[in-house]
Design a protein around this ligand. Structure first.
Ligand SMILES: Nc1nc2c(ncn2[C@@H]2O[C@H](COP(=O)(O)OP(=O)(O)OP(=O)(O)O)[C@@H](O)[C@H]2O)c(=O)[nH]1
Ligand SMILES: [Mg+2]
Length: 394
């Protein structure tokens, strides 16, 4: 592991470079959830070096560091990838390009369920088991609501206590990205960086509310839905559509007095599954029980995930899904980009309030309003071909 604190090449930020200090600060926060020095290199705990001494890393430093599994550089590479500053984006894309040939060799597992169902506890149990089995795993979170709180996974450190001390595991909270699109881009790229660093299992925790399940489904190979016994579906906020995204249903907290109820709920879900279509071609979705707290059932669930990988790899569904996901992702990024270009367009911005007023007052049909705005957007763009590119990330 390079001793960065011995290379004081830092210079004060110039005007316009404020982002650089923001990135450094992010790294200092050590938000892989680990104490400094517990990295793969197996070093002892060291005090945080002062912010001022951190060395700028170049393209090669990032690429070589990540490929070597250097945990400090991995954390910084992810921070770079998450940065919204145009200068960082350029370097980040260059780093990603070089890492790309080393990505893809993992199984990506998404874990969803309503708040409190036990996702973090489940990840702690499964993750610890996987490390014992010799796997190396990265835990990521996708939580667009966490932009203010800096990711619930950080607050979860107590729930992932064993895992966060595990040298074979790397825990990364949700990026504070604003829109779901922004968070997703960052998480997908973070996933690639983790794969290049040699992690062979990627677990993605997502909040079981809103659109994030669909988004996480579109970035993982296997999607696992955690459920509770006793609570009605309405109460759990689980819609049939979400169940249809899942490759396995798992009734958690099957322990103590709750065990019998959990088994009954499992049987009920198993019956319901017969009438639903499967998310993955050729895969029969089943319901299970487990206790993330005691670890009971965890090994069996991993066996299901392995069976899934074998079945879908043999049928070609695994590779086909990944290909489709890349194209979907491209399309989503184009849509986000165009949306930002449109709504930030000065001409559009200047006439939009009056047009909206006219629509609300009933003096202009919405269709005409849209047409006027689009004409403004397209017309102005034709006139100003050499306008500066808008760097957009969200
Ligand atoms: N008895 C029992 N309690 C559990 C089990 N799994 C989780 N819990 C408890 O349920 C509570 C919520 O667990 P979390 O792992 O934080 O749930 P989560 O789904 O990650 O919650 P959010 O991140 O807030 O969405 C905690 O108090 C856990 O200790 C289990 O298998 N059995
Ligand atoms: Mg959690």
């Amino acid at each position: 592991m390079p001793e960065e604190s011995q290379k004081p090449e830092w210079t004060p930020p110039q005007a316009g470079q404020e982002f650089a200090s923001r990135v450094m600060k992010g790294i200092e926060a050590s938000h892989d959830g680990l104490a400094r020095g517990t990295g793969l290199g197996g070093g002892q705990i060291q005090p945080d070096p002062p912010l001022i001494r951190r060395r700028q890393l170049g393209l090669d430093d990032y690429v070589q560091g990540v490929l070597a599994g250097d945990r400090t550089i991995l954390g910084r590479a992810i921070t770079l990838v998450e940065s919204n500053a145009p200068a960082h984006m350029e370097l980040a894309q260059e780093v990603l390009k070089q890492l790309l040939p080393h990505t893809g060799r993992s199984i990506r597992v998404g874990i969803t369920g309503v708040p409190g169902v036990g996702k973090s506890t489940f990840i702690e149990a499964l993750g610890t088991y996987l490390c014992e089995q010799g796997h190396r795993l990265a835990v990521l979170a996708v939580d667009p609501s966490s932009s203010v709180s800096r990711g619930s996974i950080l607050g979860d450190k107590t729930r992932m206590e064993r895992l966060s001390r595990e040298p074979k595991a790397f825990i990364r909270p949700s990026p504070s990205g604003g829109t779901l699109g922004g968070v997703t881009r960052k998480s997908r790229e973070t996933m690639l960086v983790c794969e290049a660093a040699g992690f062979d299992v990627i677990l993605v925790e997502t909040v079981g509310v809103g659109q994030s399940e669909t988004t996480v489904r579109s970035m993982v190979d296997f999607f696992l839905l955690l459920m509770l016994a006793g609570a009605g579906d309405e109460l759990q906020g689980i819609k049939r559509g979400i169940i249809e995204l899942a490759d396995a249903l798992v009734v958690n907290k099957a322990d103590g007095e709750n065990k019998v109820r959990a088994q009954a709920a499992r049987a009920e879900y198993a019956r319901a599954l017969r009438f639903l279509s499967s998310a993955t071609e050729g895969w029969h979705v089943q319901a299970f029980t487990c206790s993330a707290l005691t670890g009971e059932g965890i090994a069996e669930i991993w066996a299901v995930i392995e069976a899934f990988r074998e079945t879908t790899a043999a049928s070609g569904v695994f590779a086909a899904r990944r290909q489709a996901q890349i194209l979907d992702w491209m399309q989503a990024m184009i849509e986000e980009h165009l949306k930002t270009l449109f709504f930030n367009h000065p001409g559009v911005k200047s006439i939009r309030p009056q047009i909206e007023q006219a629509v609300l007052a009933g003096s202009m049909p919405a269709t005409v309003a849209v047409q006027m705005l689009l004409e403004k957007f397209e017309g102005d763009r034709e006139l100003t071909q050499d306008e500066p590119t808008t760097h957009h990330q969200e």
